[in-house]
Design a protein around this ligand. Structure first.
Ligand code: PLP
Length: 386
């Protein structure tokens, strides 16, 4: 009896695995992408002060103007994006809030949206929610899971309306090179396409190249919604706060829609976001260093296991090893690993059909947990080959 869109929008496969192990203390959970750091103190203090100072009422639907001004400074400083805080910037309830709004204001029913596969599970769901047709483009291991303009181009039809980009990518850690990003921008201009740039892992990059943001390129602002979530960058996953930027037309439409959905993100989280944006940034470099060490540790450890293949990922805090040598569907392998080793991973197909043959492990966990998981995997996986 419920609406068809309930069938069209699948439940997250990651959550299904995660829910199986809730309350179990005997497992080594490498599933959900939650940084194991606490929100930095100065950000928490700003939230406490906001409460004490009475910032507890409805705000503008795009967020407090002083918060938007602070976030505009961050966009200029970190992302080379000029945004008028009055008209070109909106505070949303996490990156997720911005993704839903952006899909809703850009996509008409039956229009096609190109997105990366393997990719973040909700991208598919958001396209479906908007009535669009998701068109997956395979991220290939041989290209280190970068998104290539030529692969995108091969999927463009007269119905294509938008491309979703996510670099560094969840689940693969793949990074789009600057050269490729420029090619994608040219393609979007030539074919008159919109872009959602999901920059959730903007700060977690281990590649040499300086980051380039597609929303900063000439001719892209009017066709791009760039989404910068504070969830991972400042270890604020529970605060539900992000900033999205684009042309005043796009942001105006998103603001109007947000009014009817959640009105605005929590006033206190907004004030915390301003402190995060303009306060000290050393918390990010500390996290990055830690993640880099863990990335190196887990990459080496997994490659040392007979049958596993993995290139060091360029960003984010996930590894996406190739486990196809074991000849077992990745969904079944996840369950075998849970039962036999108590290491909890996610099957690659949770992120799209091209994820078959891979597993995702999140290394935003302690070194001890990584080491224990590695030793358990090493004790079990090679037996599957013999
Ligand atoms: C690629 C990507 N986009 C968006 C999100 C949503 O995060 P949030 O809504 O907390 O900003 C996530 C969370 O894991 C993600 O991995």
């Amino acid at each position: 009896m419920l609406a068809e869109r309930n069938v069209d929008v699948p439940a997250s496969e990651i959550r299904k695995i995660f829910n199986k192990i809730i309350g179990r203390t005997d497992v080594f959970d490498m599933t959900v992408g939650i940084p194991d750091f606490d929100t930095p103190e100065h950000i928490k203090e700003a939230a406490k002060k906001a409460l004490d100072d009475g910032f507890t009422r409805y705000t503008h639907n795009a967020g407090y103007i002083d918060v938007r001004e602070a976030l505009a400074q961050k966009l200029k400083r970190d992302n080379n994006i000029e945004a008028n805080p009055e008209t070109e910037l909106i505070c949303t309830a996490g990156g997720m809030g911005a993704l839903v709004l952006a899909n809703m204001v850009i996509i008409n029913p039956r229009e096609e949206v190109i997105y990366p596969d393997p990719g973040f599970v909700s991208h598919y769901a958001h396209i479906k929610l908007a009535g669009g047709v998701p068109v997956p483009v395979q991220l290939k291991k041989e290209h280190r899971f970068g998104f290539l303009a030529e692969d995108i181009e091969s999927k463009i039809t007269s119905k294509t309306k938008m491309i979703v980009l996510n670099s560094p990518n969840n689940p693969t850690g793949g990074v789009i090179s600057n050269m490729e990003l420029k090619r994608i921008a040219e393609l979007c201009i030539e074919k008159d396409l919109y872009v959602i740039a999901d920059e959730a892992y903007e700060k977690f990059r281990y590649v040499e190249e300086d980051p380039l943001f597609i929303g900063s390129l000439p001719g892209m602002k009017e066709r791009t919604v760039s989404i910068f979530s504070l969830s991972k960058t400042y270890a604020m996953t529970g605060w539900r706060i992000a900033v999205a930027t684009g042309s005043s037309e796009l942001i105006g439409a998103m603001t109007k829609l947000q009014e009817h959905i959640i009105a605005m993100p929590t006033s206190i989280a907004q004030k915390a976001a301003a402190a995060a944006a303009i306060g000290p940034q050393d918390c990010i470099s500390e996290m990055l260093q830690t993640f880099r060490r863990r990335r190196d540790l887990i990459t080496k450890g997994l490659n040392d296991i007979e049958g596993v293949e993995l290139e060091p990922p360029g960003g984010a805090f996930y590894v996406f090893p190739d486990v196809s040598a074991y000849g077992i569907k990745s969904y079944d392998l996840v369950h075998k690993l849970l039962n036999e080793t108590k290491v909890v991973t996610v099957h690659g197909t949770a992120f799209g059909k091209y994820g078959e043959g891979f597993l995702r492990l999140c290394y935003a966990v302690s070194t001890e947990r990584i080491n224990e998981a590695l030793s358990r995997l090493d004790g079990y996986l090679p037996k599957l080959l013999h």
